[in-house]
Design a protein around this ligand. Sequence first.
Ligand SMILES: C[S@@+](CC[C@H](N)C(=O)[O-])C[C@H]1O[C@@H](n2cnc3c(N)ncnc32)[C@H](O)[C@@H]1O
Length: 264
Amino acid sequence: MPVTLPRPIYKPTQSLVPGICHTPPAGQAAWYPPVMAGADTLGAKVARAETILQALVLMQRLTPDAYTTYLKDFYSHGLEKFEAHWRYADIVTVLLCLSEALQPRNYLEVGVRRGRSAAAVAVKAPRCTMALFDMWQTNYAGMENPGAEFVKSELRSIGYQGQAAFIDGNSHETLPAFFAQNPDMMFDIITVDGDHSELGAAQDICDVLPRLAIGGALVFDDIAHPFHPELNGVWKTLVESDDRFSTFSYREAGYGVGFAIRKH
Ligand SMILES: C[S@@+](CC[C@H](N)C(=O)[O-])C[C@H]1O[C@@H](n2cnc3c(N)ncnc32)[C@H](O)[C@@H]1O
């Protein structure tokens, strides 16, 4: 029985992502909603060999662990085998593309671990302000989870020059508290990759979505993960079927990933 949470209510906002929005000159009418491109345009760039190669290069720059070592081999093998025809996407290729196109001024992430996904944003938008939420669960998925100082050093090592705030603790407490303290703060890109339970992931999405700027992107990982089959239903119910977004969903290989661009 899928968890049903009501879709979050969005406050009207004037906050636009300049990198993807058209604003007419003063005095001219705005006939269309401001967002110029959505998931079709951006998704076509995500699943290209060129982007996968960028993801491979980024993994080579980060301190290796068992997962990134596997990923480097996976990327290399797929590129060798399928060359320019390979259509593959994951949280890293998605964030590389979105960050290049949107040039986010700020980024919120739930579920940081070793900073792999945050690094994909940092390498394309090195001055972007970041709010990074994690409870640093020990032995996460059988691997160590070294914490904020490690992530800071990883981000510095790839040239990140922005301000990153680490908000430690359970996102179901820290997100509501953070938003209560920052009632008007909106974000250009938000990633949800923390609590992988059905209700927990749905709660995180509902907490963050109202804070997505117009033209902003929500990224949700693992929509084809064999150990977390419920996440696909969460994504479909709360985001993919919501007309306020254009969406990209990749489930063909790996653990799957989705992103959504807020249209209005
Ligand atoms: C899948 S990992 C994140 C991976 C990272 N985004 C990447 O791409 O490498 C999930 C992280 O979420 C954290 N986490 C799990 N449940 C959480 C919760 N309720 N609140 C905050 N963090 C949580 C874990 O500590 C872990 O570091």
